[in-house]
Design a protein around this ligand. Structure first.
Ligand SMILES: NC(=O)c1ccc[n+]([C@@H]2O[C@H](COP(=O)([O-])OP(=O)(O)OC[C@H]3O[C@@H](n4cnc5c(N)ncnc54)[C@H](OP(=O)(O)O)[C@@H]3O)[C@@H](O)[C@H]2O)c1
Length: 311
């Protein structure tokens, strides 16, 4: 059974949200009638819709790019597009991942809705421009959908280039990323200052720090969110290894621990797109299934946290 979650309206969310009580503001009863469409979220700055499950490429796609289209990663990529995947997140920091992504996407069927996201990760204006031009070549695109400043690196310099590139149509959206709590205060300041379309940070059932400040600020500033490390680099699976999934998880169409972790995140109204990374076909199919069906309501999310804490 597959259902679509209705988006919580911005007004409805803001009415009940406070920075410290974000969790309580989630609307109960998100689960609705059965449907087979993928869950999509709206990018606030444009109104464009994006599938809630995307794809990360750190480590998993850092392989030899030469014959990658004949490797098992080709099937992994094909399953992503066959299940309505759109956004793929990469970076020049991830070795050959941009080139591997470009080669696989070029060969994939059903790739019309591909949404390219990568990053600038260097110091200085000139080096930033060179790096972004190289990323376009590696990804095989003439326009990058989302260009993000990686780990806040030299953001005061790169932001001017990104604003210019967006005006020229070389990129469509501007973003900034971190995966470290030590940058959260600075990131908060940046969200209040810069003309950002997206912000990316870590959020999962174990690491919920962003519920306090960053998710509410992103929501209030109408900035789309990308969620990295949804599996805490895979370590969440070690905690649930050999443990049965409780029967009540079927109430939100959850059939695996992977879907449990992703649906927990996807049910947060300020989340736009989650980017789990995988190198395995069965894991890709599992991850994409989390983008369909019902999502847990807020009391159920609290139950999920309580369960996880006992494991
Ligand atoms: N500062 C930044 O900008 C920043 C920082 C961190 C991450 N990111 C982005 O976020 C993405 C995701 O984060 P991440 O790669 O660090 O960690 P992650 O997505 O939390 O975890 C990836 C790990 O989970 C495993 N996995 C994936 N799906 C699974 C499933 N269904 N069942 C069991 N295991 C599964 C993968 O192994 P298998 O290959 O065996 O499936 C992989 O080892 C990155 O790839 C990157 O694009 C950005």
């Amino acid at each position: 059974m597959k259902t679509v979650k209705p988006e919580v309206s911005r007004r409805q969310f803001l009415k009940t949200s406070g920075a410290a009580s974000l969790m309580c503001s989630l609307v109960p009863g998100l689960a609705v009638a059965a449907d087979s469409s993928v869950i999509r979220r709206t990018i606030p700055s444009s109104g464009e819709r994006l599938s809630v499950i995307g794809l990360g490429t750190s480590r998993t796609f850092d392989v030899d790019s030469d014959n990658v289209v004949t490797s098992p990663l080709m099937e992994v990529m094909q399953a992503f597009f066959d299940n309505d995947g759109q956004l793929i997140d990469s970076s020049p920091m991830y070795g050959s991942a941009e080139a591997v992504t470009g080669a696989l996407v070029k060969q994939a069927k059903n790739r019309q809705r591909f949404f390219s996201a990568t990053k600038v990760w260097t110091n200085g204006k000139g080096k930033g421009i060179e790096q972004m031009e190289r990323s376009m070549q590696r990804l095989g695109v003439e326009q990058i959908d989302l260009m993000q400043i990686h780990n806040l690196r030299d953001w005061k310099t790169h932001i001017d280039t990104l604003v210019d590139w967006k005006a020229e149509g070389r990129i469509r959206y501007i973003g900034i990323t971190t995966s470290s709590g030590r940058y959260h205060d600075e990131l908060e300041e940046i969200l209040l200052q810069l003309p950002l379309d997206f912000v990316q940070f870590s959020y999962n059932i174990l690491n919920r720090t962003v519920e306090q400040r960053l998710l509410p600020i992103a929501w209030e500033k109408s900035i789309a969110t990308l969620i990295n490390r949804p599996y805490q680099r895979g370590s969440l699976f070690r905690r649930v290894k050999g443990k049965p999934l409780p029967a009540w998880t079927a109430e939100f169409d959850c059939a695996s621990w992977g879907q449990f972790f992703l649906k927990f995140i996807a049910a947060h109204p300020a989340v736009t797109c989650i980017i789990p990374a995988t190198s395995k076909l069965n894991h890709m199919v599992d991850n994409m299934a989390a983008g369909y069906g019902r999502l847990p309501d807020e009391p159920t999310r609290q139950r999920m946290i309580r369960l996880f804490e006992t494991l």
